[in-house]
Design a protein around this ligand. Structure first.
Ligand SMILES: C[S@@+](CC[C@H](N)C(=O)[O-])C[C@H]1O[C@@H](n2cnc3c(N)ncnc32)[C@H](O)[C@@H]1O
Ligand code: SF4
Length: 443
């Protein structure tokens, strides 16, 4: 699943949603940033962005099939009813990429993320054809990170070795839990033993591996969550993503909610997880992501640093910068419709320019997920507008103690990390007619 601000890949929000921000002592004194950019002297914002250089470009590829639909999942994923016809879909992906080439002409691709759904339902030969086709069409950097999402229920050693031989150099494994009872409660196709076998093989074959784990699972206690994490840490994966199980609309769990731990227990689990991971040498670099030094996911970092990405495949989102605008695109979501639309030479369902009023929020929605924040100069570099265009919002966030007053950085404070939603929402603006922008593609 992907949406503006909730990018593809391993990124999912684990913030304390809906928790109100209370007034703090920090509100009493404006920080250095607020003092440096007085809210009353905001220069007029140009009507169009201007880019000196375009951001790094990543490629996302969506594969919308899974062995079985999980009861909690709202991703654009569909249960397979027969042969996935991988060759037909790969041909469509490459045709889709060709359609997109004029939008990315001459630009190098820094990373590839093949996500889903469950791309590991495809045979290794299909992933090989896909990556060969991508390389033939776009200049992929020689050291590009190439990630593939896999489900332990699709694990076969020879298949994993085939993905590696095809050029996948990072595997993201949807473990969710090592606990057999939890896996059954989550309706997963794999059990604890399969999870362990897949984890072993992934580490032996790829080295660079992420485990997706979820917490606040049905009836989960802090002790059980600790034990689950210990089981994961025993493998020493370079990267761990931790997502709080959320009840998403249009899922079975939303209609029939399982007995989930309350917010206090979930917060205690978060604290326990954080403590164990820090002790084991992992850096908590993003809301849901933990990595050993140097093993941060480069593809996802590019989203959070408001880099560009082209998304191909059913329902994939793109964000592409041009010298005078930023464009977002959405491809047709339903797989059969997508295939038909690609055949007709029209894969896009939506295409629109990001408005001046939205871009500050979109940048902060991503950048503030990073615990270290981003250099303040990145705002102008990646949005094409001066930082002063969000001076009022920055001053308000700093005054509330949610944003670090260091003027050289855009960095959430510990309070801002805890109430990330509230911090991000401060950058949300009413749209003005002058701020809205059309791009010819319709909306
Ligand atoms: C595309 S799936 C990963 C690969 C593969 N499809 C699998 O599930 O094994 C992305 C990840 O999102 C997380 N996820 C999906 N639905 C979620 C939900 N409702 N709440 C929290 N995390 C969720 C899971 O950890 C899942 O591994
Ligand atoms: S296998 Fe992954 S993408 Fe597919 S339904 Fe389950 S969580 Fe969603």
């Amino acid at each position: 699943m992907s949406a503006p601000g909730r990018p593809e890949g391993e990124c999912r929000s684990a913030q304390h949603e809906g928790t109100p921000v209370s007034a703090t002592a920090a509100e009493a004194s404006l920080g250095a940033r607020a003092a440096a950019v007085p809210a009353t002297v905001v220069p007029a914002t140009p009507s169009q962005p201007r880019f000196a250089a375009l951001p790094p470009l990543a490629l996302y590829v969506h594969v919308p099939w899974c062995l079985k639909k999980c009861p909690y999942c709202d991703f654009n994923s569909h249960e397979l009813t027969g042969d996935p016809q991988a060759d037909v879909y790969v041909a469509a992906l490459l045709a889709d990429l060709e359609f997109a080439l004029p939008s990315i002409w001459g630009r190098k691709v820094v990373s590839v993320f093949i996500g889903g759904g469950t791309p590991s339902v495809f045979p290794a030969a299909a992933i090989d054809a896909l990556l060969a086709g991508i390389r033939a069409r776009v200049p992929l950097l020689p050291d590009a990170e190439v990630t593939l999402e896999a489900n332990p229920g699709t694990f076969e050693r020879a298949k994993f070795a085939g993905f590696r031989a095809a050029g996948v150099n990072r595997l993201s494994l949807g473990i969710q839990s090592f606990d057999a009872a939890q896996l059954a409660a989550l309706g997963r196709v794999h059990d604890g033993d399969e999870a362990r076998r897949a984890a072993d093989a992934a580490l032996a074959i790829f080295g660079n591996v992420n485990f997706d784990l979820m917490y606040a699972l049905p009836r989960q206690t802090v002790a059980a969550a600790r034990a689950d994490l210990a089981a994961a840490l025993a493998f020493g994966p370079p990267h761990l993503s931790f997502y709080r199980l959320t009840l998403e609309p249009n899922t079975l769990f939303h209609r029939h909610p399982p007995p989930l731990p309350d917010d206090d227990t979930a917060a205690d689990i978060e604290d326990a997880v954080e403590e164990s991971l820090a002790a084991a040498g992992y850096g908590h670099y993003e809301t849901s992501a933990h990595a050993r030094p140097g093993r941060e996911c480069r593809h996802n970092l590019n989203y959070w640093q408001f880099g560009d990405y082209l998304g191909i495949g059913a329902g994939a989102h793109s964000k592409l910068s041009f010298p005078d605008r930023i464009r977002r695109e959405l491809r047709h979501k339903q797989p059969r419709r997508y295939l038909a639309q690609v055949a007709a030479g029209a894969p896009l369902q939506e295409s629109f320019a990001v408005s001046r009023d939205d871009v500050g929020f979109e940048f902060m929605l991503n950048a503030l997920r990073l615990h270290a924040g981003v250099p303040a100069a990145l705002f102008a570099e990646r949005t094409g507008y001066p930082l002063a265009s969000i001076a009022r919002e920055l001053a308000a966030a700093t005054a509330r103690g949610l944003l670090d007053p260091d003027p050289a950085m855009l960095r959430p404070t510990p309070l801002g990390r805890r109430f990330l939603n509230d911090l991000q929402t401060l950058f949300l603006r009413e749209r003005t007619p002058a701020g809205a922008a059309a791009d010819g593609g319709g909306r």
